[in-house]
Write a protein that binds this ligand. Structure first.
Ligand code: SIN
Length: 479
């Protein structure tokens, strides 16, 4: 297991010599002591990436594709080891971690191909003596700040497009989950990336590392996945050197079920969207809006399915819901339940911590709340926990009003059989992603990202690579 920063093709301790403990949130067992890098280490990584940039960008895209594809293959080869590491670091069930490895590998494979399609443009000139064209060129060194909830996939979702475009990269993984990023770095050596193209700086001092990303002209793009609060700070920092940022921030997804929906499918979708990673995903359903005609039946079926979920250590076979990542996460989920119940909601299942023998007390029983109103905390803020608050509505207009009544706009879900309504709702929902009878829309081929306070820019799809490209307009007088 690698535990040092990965800079200029080598695993190196932090310059300070300091380390920090990475713990399994289910048991609090120390998994490893990891290099506690800071701005100085980030500076060294940026310099390495900057040295590597000219040769990497000048390679043909078809050549850059080779190590990208190889890395994807190596990740699939080592899927079991990576999944186990991921499960230990962030607590998610092993079965989900396996899916995450495949999802992560798909970004590398897909962008290995997409990098070959970075086409330019010719423009018909009004002056017959001129030829006008547009080049799309890699912008330079890219930095990435990745979250703990998908410790593998959020690295490759940023790495794939950056490296395929011809940028070099420095990644700062979340302090809770640095080991997965270091495992990717280790495989990147075997995949054959040239020295300095991909670097990882681990450390607790995220502000000093982030400051270094923004303190000069070398880093030209910073991609961040995390909270809206931190996203705002990074956006402010980016102003000084006019660094481009991609921000994938908080969500507050409505999950809307209409009377005509296939209820079996809606419940299966609700379970997948809400309880993946114990509700700790930006795109997870945070508010269930259910039309009155099917409300009681939906709640009944959802309650039965939720009550049957197996809570436990992610590495215990059969676990479906792991721990919250830390105590603050647990307290927030508890506070949302307490606030809802105090204001008249009722838990049809769950509603309290779950006890898991031999583990920490960081587990929340999967919960369904009914009688929730838009005034309650869980209907105003992202919970990031395994809590499903349900509220009844009568009309499409009312559902839309509640769904859009938030500053967030990442993902929304819609379950209905009515084609015209699907079109009306998909157009009117103020969200970057709309899942129609589909609770898991994210895929390497499609643009992922939000509107309003949920962020800027897109990851995935051909749009994802644009973030790493600068346009250059060339005007050539030939006569
Ligand atoms: C996230 O919610 O942070 C990412 C989820 C996904 O890619 O499916």
């Amino acid at each position: 297991m690698q535990t040092s920063c990965f800079i200029d093709g080598k695993f190196v301790p932090a310059r300070s010599g300091n380390t920090f403990a990475v713990r399994n949130p289910a048991t609090d067992a120390t998994i490893a002591q990891v290099a506690d890098g800071n701005g100085t280490d980030a500076r060294a990584a940026i310099e390495a990436a900057s040295r590597a940039f000219p040769a990497w960008k000048n390679l043909a895209a078809i050549e850059r594709a080779k190590p990208l594809r190889k890395l994807s293959e190596l990740m699939l080869r080592d899927a079991e080891r990576l999944a186990d590491l991921c499960s230990q670091e962030c607590g998610k069930p092993l079965a989900e971690a396996r899916v995450e490895v495949a999802y992560a590998a798909s970004f590398l494979e897909w962008y290995a191909e997409e990098g070959k399609r970075v086409y330019g443009e010719t423009i018909p000139a009004s002056d017959p003596g001129k030829r006008l064209f547009v080049l799309r060129q890699p912008s330079g060194v890219a930095a990435a700040i990745t979250p703990w909830n998908f410790p593998i996939a959020m690295v490759t979702r940023k790495m794939g497009p950056a490296l395929a475009a011809g940028c070099t990269q420095v990644v700062k993984p979340a302090e809770q989950t640095p080991l997965s990023a270091l495992a990717i770095a280790e495989l990147s050596v075997e995949a054959g990336f040239p020295t300095g193209v991909f670097n990882v700086v681990t450390g607790l001092d995220a502000p000093s590392i982030a400051d270094t990303f923004f303190d000069g002209l070398t880093v030209r793009h910073v991609s961040f996945t995390g909270s809206t609060e931190v996203g705002r700070i990074l956006l402010e920092k980016s102003a000084a050197n006019v660094v481009r940022v991609s921000l994938e921030l908080g969500g507050h997804a409505p999950f809307i079920v209409f009377d005509d929906a296939d209820l079996d499918k809606a419940v299966v979708g609700a379970m997948a969207s809400k309880f993946r990673n114990a509700g700790q995903t930006c795109v997870c359903a945070n508010r269930f809006l259910v039309q009155r005609g099917v409300h009681d039946e939906f709640v009944k079926r959802l309650t039965t399915a939720v009550a049957a979920l197996k809570v436990g250590d992610g590495r215990t076979p059969g676990t479906q819901v792991g721990p919250l990542v830390d105590d603050a996460g647990l307290r927030k989920a508890e506070a949302h339940v307490a606030d809802a119940v105090a204001h008249g909601a009722r838990a049809t299942t769950g509603g309290a911590r779950a006890t898991v023998t031999g583990c920490t007390d960081r587990f929340m029983a999967p919960t369904v709340l009914t009688g929730v109103t838009p005034a309650m905390l869980c209907f105003r803020e992202e919970t990031f926990g395994p809590i499903a608050p349900v509220c009844a509505f009568d009309t499409e207009t009312e559902a839309l009003e509640i769904a859009n009544g938030t500053p967030y706009g990442l993902a929304a879900y819609l379950f209905t059989a009515d084609g015209a309504r699907i079109m009306r709702m998909a157009e009117a929902l103020q969200y970057g992603i709309v899942g129609v009878n589909d609770a898991l829309p994210a895929t390497a081929q499609a643009p992922f990202g939000g509107v309003k306070h949920s962020g800027l820019g897109r990851e995935g799809g051909h749009q994802g690579i644009e973030e790493y490209l600068d346009l250059k307009y060339v005007s050539w007088r030939i006569s």
